[in-house]
Design a protein around this ligand. Structure first.
Ligand SMILES: *Cc1c(COP(=O)(O)O)cnc(C)c1O
Length: 347
């Protein structure tokens, strides 16, 4: 099987497994796990923030951040296709008692003027706007990079109004590699950032949240409340340290593979836009196929290629460490065969 569903399917490297087996551990709820402490200081220093918190998942990282930034009844401005809005089971409303205020972005980037217009004025009837979240790279738009200038502009508006900014940076290292912008630069314009070790960076489990000492202290308490306080979790952090120190630079291979895949798919006749491929995702539209996106995904699976339909008419293809260039070539042979059966001319 050639698995293009997500970069979450990546398996830990041999080096990670060795580091995990040999990790020094302690009870992290007591703050005594040396490997967790090392990973958290490493993350804080890479992002130029005071502190960091290891969490079991990206979802928990986003949610403890929202809990730490907001009060019940507040409103959170976010992008209408963001992960926090679509894929976190409505957690912000359940856990933090806050209301989402979605704004439609372009390639994942919200217009700063629209963001400013969405901020609630002081009025007895209105909720208080206390947080803006930005997603980079932006998943549902096909791994698009949200430009630094856009983030900066939104951050400056937020600060003018006394509002915090959180970046859902599950794939912030993909954004950094693609744009040549250090993650520290993104972090200058955010009060907190969550990023995942378990996606393209290939660690088996875990994400981190970075921010001020004060914020991380509140997030740590929120993590405990959600049941995310772990004990000898240094076993996991050991893989995370390898992920952060050894696995970032190779993301460019994933980006090259995604670009190549999109270029070749277009040559075959598929509807895809190689020019929109900035990181490790390509979106294939099903409009000129005789099947809907979910139906075509089922056929692909029978032929040995896995992918996810992200709507009735779009399929997302994600490249990662565990798909080689040879796998991509094999997948393209299969795609070519399938296009002969299911493709149709569109004029
Ligand atoms: C994967 C992802 C998350 C959540 O991570 P999990 O570890 O799956 O909970 C959050 N935001 C974005 C943009 C993601 O792609």
């Amino acid at each position: 099987m050639i698995d293009l569903r997500s970069d979450t399917v990546t398996k830990p490297t041999e080096e990670m497994r060795k580091a995990m087996a040999n990790a020094q551990v302690g009870d992290d709820v007591y703050g005594e796990d040396p490997t967790i402490n090392e990973l958290e200081s490493l993350a804080a220093s890479i992002f130029g923030k005071e502190a960091a918190l290891f969490v079991p998942s990206g979802t928990m990282g986003n949610q403890v951040s929202i809990m730490a930034h907001t009060q019940r009844g507040d409103e959170v401005i976010l992008e209408a296709n963001s992960h926090i809005f679509w894929y976190e089971v409505g957690a912000m409303s359940v856990l933090s008692g806050v209301m989402p205020h979605p704004i439609e972005g372009k390639n994942g980037a919200m217009d700063p003027n629209e963001v400013e217009k969405a901020i609630r004025p002081k009025n007895i009837h209105f909720p208080r706007t206390s947080l803006i979240t930005i997603e980079n790279t932006h998943n549902r738009s096909g791994g698009r990079v949200v430009p630094l200038e856009n983030i900066k502009a939104i951050y400056e508006i937020a600060k003018k109004h006394g509002i915090n900014v959180h970046i859902d940076g599950a794939r912030i290292f993909n954004a950094s590699i693609a744009s040549g912008t250090a993650v520290k630069e993104y972090a200058k314009y955010a009060d907190s950032i969550m990023f995942c070790l378990s996606k393209g960076l290939s660690a088996p489990v875990g994400s981190l949240v970075v921010g001020s000492k004060d914020f991380i202290e509140r997030a740590r308490k929120a993590r405990k409340m959600l049941g995310g306080g772990m004990r000898q979790a240094g076993i996991l952090a050991a893989a995370g340290i390898v992920a952060l120190t050894k696995m970032v630079d190779r993301l460019k291979e994933d980006h090259e593979n995604a670009k190549y895949l999109a270029i070749k798919l277009k040559e075959i006749g598929y509807m895809t836009s190689p020019e929109d491929v900035e990181t490790n995702m390509a979106v294939l539209r099903a409009d000129n196929l005789a099947l809907s996106a979910p139906e075509f995904v089922a056929v692909m699976k029978e032929h040995g290629v896995l992918a996810n339909a992200i709507s009735n008419s779009a399929i997302r293809l994600v490249t990662h460490k565990d798909v080689s260039k040879a796998d991509i070539e094999n997948a393209l042979d299969i795609f070519e065969k399938l296009f002969k059966i299911y493709g149709k001319e569109m004029n």
